[in-house]
Write a protein that binds this ligand. Structure first.
Ligand SMILES: Cc1ncc(COP(=O)(O)O)c(C=O)c1O
Length: 402
């Protein structure tokens, strides 16, 4: 029996929400930035209440119990044993990425990412003034419930890694927005390429826990045993348990020199000081909320299937990427001949639905994509899709070919 209620829409307007409070009116439905419209698990809410009732909010220190909670979670959910000494905490995965760039790159150096790519990466890379070395993913036939999928282009990755500017490879595992959960074989090959060229690998696993039923996360660390000095993993409970506003993450790094330098960078930029609530909420999540996550994954999968069904029936020229993991659906709307930023803008003003345009994610030139956040009550998702399909009194650019 279901214990969790993912069907009730939470009131988020007026709560300083990035997702809801940037909308220009009260009607628009937001399916863009990657947080969820669901209440956190009750265990997390009551632990936070208790802490609030203590009435004391002094400086916080990462408790060993928090490190142990994560270590247990990784061992039980992902069969990955870590040493708690390896953890370098940060106020977000993007802050760890920034610190890693500071540690590894100087003027003219570059970082490889696989396109399409999460827009937050692009901002951090741009802000740090390092070269973006783009290795496009290859589009391949579907292996799941969508219309197409992606694989790594190893030849291109090898070319990019052999570029003397390449110091880092940022692997997104699982991949936002392509929806891929990489296989052990793919991860191994990517790792071998990086090691051959002395490129340090950053594995962003923030979406790791959000696997669709039938898919299993492979931590990069599991295929790189014996090479612990050559990579680090970014991890967080915030995406999995909808705690992003609490700002907590870790870099899991066995290389002690890199670890020390990461800590120095966080100290320099003030990005290593987490707050009391974030430690508490993430340990309770890891210790007590696996059941909530399992129900959530089933619900998200139901939302994905509902979206695929709706699109096949009502928007037949839209193609949907397979979703192995994450709660972000990636739609190919190239057939409509409208650039993604323009399409997203029109959907927002005319259909009152805010989606993310593929242009933010390094979509291939000449193609057009939209990203849809599936982590809302199903009724809201379906209402948003209905609005898109109905746009312009049945003459929606999504339902008709150009
Ligand atoms: C792949 C990926 N990495 C990092 C982030 C951001 O993480 P944080 O808020 O911890 O910086 C996101 C947020 O959507 C993401 O999708």
């Amino acid at each position: 029996m279901n214990k969790c209620d993912f069907d009730t829409l939470q009131q988020r307007r007026g709560t300083a929400s990035v997702k809801w409070d940037v909308l220009s009116d009260d009607e628009t439905l937001p399916l863009w930035v990657a947080d969820m419209d669901f209440r956190a698990a009750p265990e997390i809410i009551s632990a936070l209440h208790e802490r609030v009732d203590s009435g004391v909010f002094g400086y916080a220190l990462a408790p060993e119990s928090w490190r142990q909670s994560l270590a247990r979670w990784l061992a039980t959910r992902h069969d990955w044993t870590i040493d708690t000494k390896w953890l370098v905490e940060a106020t977000g995965v993007l802050r760890s990425l920034g610190a890693a760039i500071d540690v590894f790159c100087s003027n003219g150096d570059g970082i490889i990412i696989q396109a399409p790519a999460y827009c937050g990466f692009l901002e951090v890379i741009h802000d740090h003034g390092v070269e973006l070395l783009e290795s496009p993913l290859r589009r391949v036939p579907s292996h799941g419930e969508g219309d197409f999928s992606y694989e790594m282009d190893f030849e291109d990755l090898e070319r990019k890694a052999s570029d003397p500017r390449a110091k880092l490879f940022l692997l997104c595992n699982p991949h936002n927005p392509a929806g891929r959960a990489w296989s052990a074989d793919e991860l191994r090959r990517a790792g071998e390429i990086c090691r051959r060229h002395g490129v340090f690998l950053l594995s962003d696993e923030i979406h790791a826990d959000l696997q669709m039923p039938g898919s299993r996360h492979v931590p990069y660390a599991k295929v790189a045993e014996g090479f612990e000095d050559t990579f680090m993993t970014f991890w967080s409970a915030t995406k999995t348990f909808n705690l992003a506003g609490l700002h907590a993450s870790v870099a899991i790094c066995a290389n002690s020199k890199v670890r020390d330098r990461m800590r120095r960078m966080h100290s320099k930029h003030g990005t290593g000081y987490l707050n009391t609530f974030s430690f508490l909420a993430s340990s309770v999540a890891w210790d007590k909320c696996a059941y909530w996550l399992d129900e959530l994954r089933t619900y998200l999968h139901g939302n994905y299937l509902a979206l695929v069904g709706f699109i096949r029936e009502r928007m037949p020229s839209v193609r949907v990427a397979d979703l192995d993991a994450t709660y972000l659906a990636w739609l190919d709307v190239t057939a409509h001949g409208v650039p993604s930023w323009e399409l997203a803008q029109r959907l927002e003003t005319e259909a009152k639905v805010k989606l993310s345009p593929g242009a933010m994610f390094l979509e291939p030139e000449g193609e057009s994509f939209l990203r849809v956040n599936l982590a809302s009550p199903r009724a809201m998702l379906m209402e948003a899709l209905e609005r898109c399909a109905r746009m312009k009194a049945g003459k929606s650019i999504l339902t008709q070919h150009k």
